[in-house]
Design a protein around this ligand. Sequence first.
Ligand SMILES: NC(=O)c1ccc[n+]([C@@H]2O[C@H](COP(=O)([O-])OP(=O)(O)OC[C@H]3O[C@@H](n4cnc5c(N)ncnc54)[C@H](O)[C@@H]3O)[C@@H](O)[C@H]2O)c1
Length: 316
Amino acid sequence: MKLSDIKKIAIVGGSGMMGVGIAQVFASSGRQVTIKTRNVQTCTVTEDLSGQLSAFLEEGLINETDRDRILSRVNITADAIEAYSDADLIFESVPEVMEVKHATFREMERYAKTSCIFASGTSVKSITEIAAVCEHKERIVGAHFWNPAVLIPLVEVIRTEDTSDEVFQLVFDLLQECGKKPAKCLKDVPGFLANRLQHALWREAFYMLDEGIADAATLDECIKNSFGFRLPQLGPFENADMVSTELTLNIHSYMFQHLYSGVEPSRTLVELVTEGKQGFATGEGFQSWTPEQAARSKAVLFQYLIDQTKYRRSHY
Ligand SMILES: NC(=O)c1ccc[n+]([C@@H]2O[C@H](COP(=O)([O-])OP(=O)(O)OC[C@H]3O[C@@H](n4cnc5c(N)ncnc54)[C@H](O)[C@@H]3O)[C@@H](O)[C@H]2O)c1
């Protein structure tokens, strides 16, 4: 199969939080997208996609013609045969429950043609375990988008021991063609690539809070105003080369022994959850949040992501 052979993409669970963004990504590349939903009457994907596209239009990221074309390429069905039988790729975006993933993949294999690629959008589950119920495991990969799927560039493409080289490369190429920044995860490890890196940082931050070294707001600000400020432009390996590998070795030889390496979640985190302090949703978490502060945090993040997207489009 060639990249140009991937013309029709079905998204199962496509009316969910991730699915709508993923639909926009694929439809923007000119492909036909079918959202497989359980109930067409209650499915809000058209409204959600229109709202998402209006925000893009307002920000000048697309024009009205783009919007209309994207909308015209997306259709919705509850019929598995209609969704799957002529799909070249099926993207699974159903809830993170193994039984639901298994039932979905069984249904996909039942109706899809044998050349159809299956991609799972799971955040954390093993692709090998998800694929276990399928006969044609060579066509199955993970494709982990980050939320919001239209704005975060990375999609991790995860292979299992059974995934064919062709399928792995095709999904990578497809995502690249769709304007994403795919990354190959060569082994099906828990957390794939970026969540392992993210939570290595969170573990140390939460540990420092538990130990009373600084409060939560200070630690967040520390990250935002130091290495986090340059992080979009400078990863650890380029940074190590920049400051010299010798200096990096010197720092690691001294520091690693002092970093937290526990396997249990933070004490403070467990206490907050036990007390029902869920963060934005309840107004109390690591910090207190009024509804206005929580809304502002989300709005500031959204605008930052939009601005970053515009910056990247004009500079890369
Ligand atoms: N939300 C995130 O931030 C995020 C980020 C990256 C990846 N993911 C992954 O994406 C996948 C979907 O997550 P989401 O947040 O979009 O979930 P969601 O609950 O918003 O959407 C799930 C979709 O699946 C449908 N669905 C529910 N039960 C189903 C069933 N039994 N059979 C078939 N379809 C069913 C729902 O109608 C909905 O369309 C999960 O694997 C999740 O881990 C989520």
